[in-house]
Design a binder for this molecule. Structure first.
Ligand code: TMP
Length: 223
């Protein structure tokens, strides 16, 4: 902790499709509001006007259209605009930011599940993200079968975008990549069991957020 001392806090939610990230973000924002913290909700790819345009372009093109580096650069181009126009101004103004996905998605989807090497990813992170690293990352974890079934149910008749139209084996791989990532950065990343009803999951999320970011010994004025 400490890099945003005196600034807002930066929380990211990660996980495969159908793990309930958007529901949990909504519930987390409501809990934060109850303790007097008005957080800014955002997402990746997207989160600013131009980044949303890049999002539409990437998702419409699907996964196989670009070379791995081009695809990664598009995610980072969106991220750069998101950071410059949304995330950093909010944090600098003392606001909390809660993002549905951030750079860990690139590590998992383009790196661990894709072909992009770690050195390139680290260099891009250094260049684009710099010091603006999340204070806390919650990884919503579900067995791949459940996540995939939820994602399909939610989608209904609407066709999957290229990133969702993957097999069960792919979703199992995604889950493992997130678990490995969490193991490598245990101070920042927390695995949340996303099975069961949404209120129970919200309790688990809130426990971690309040322990890590609101407890009296972490220097936050709300503690
Ligand atoms: P969403 O459906 O969670 O909004 O995300 C859109 C898709 O984009 C999702 O399948 C994950 C993928 N994605 C990447 O491949 N790399 C990234 O860096 C991000 C942010 C998302």
């Amino acid at each position: 902790m400490g890099q945003h001392e005196g600034k807002g806090r930066f929380i990211t939610l990660e996980g495969g499709e159908g793990t309930g990230k958007s529901t949990q973000i909504r519930l987390l924002l409501a809990r934060l509001e109850c303790v007097g913290i008005m957080a800014h909700q955002t997402r990746e790819p997207g989160g600013s006007a131009d980044a949303e345009r890049i999002r539409a372009f990437i998702l419409e093109a699907g996964q196989s259209r670009f070379t791995p580096l081009t695809e990664t650069l598009l995610f980072f181009a969106a991220r750069n605009d998101h950071l410059e126009t949304t995330i950093r101004p909010a944090l600098n103004a003392g606001k909390w930011v809660v993002s549905d996905r951030f750079a860990d998605s690139t590590r998992v989807y383009q790196g661990c599940m894709g072909t992009l090497d770690t050195t390139t990813l680290e260099r891009l992170e250094e260049l684009i993200i710099g010091e603006t690293r999340p204070d806390l990352t919650l990884i919503l974890d579900l067995p791949a079968e459940i996540g995939l079934a939820r994602a399909i149910a939610r989608r209904g008749a609407v066709a999957a975008d290229g990133f969702e139209a993957e097999s069960l084996a792919y979703h199992r791989g995604l889950r493992q990549c997130y678990l490995d990532l969490a193991n490598r950065e245990p101070d920042r990343c927390f695995i949340v069991d996303a099975a069961g009803n949404e209120q129970d999951v919200a309790e688990r999320v809130w426990y971690i957020v309040s322990e890590r970011l609101l407890a009296p010994d972490n220097g936050h004025p709300h503690g």
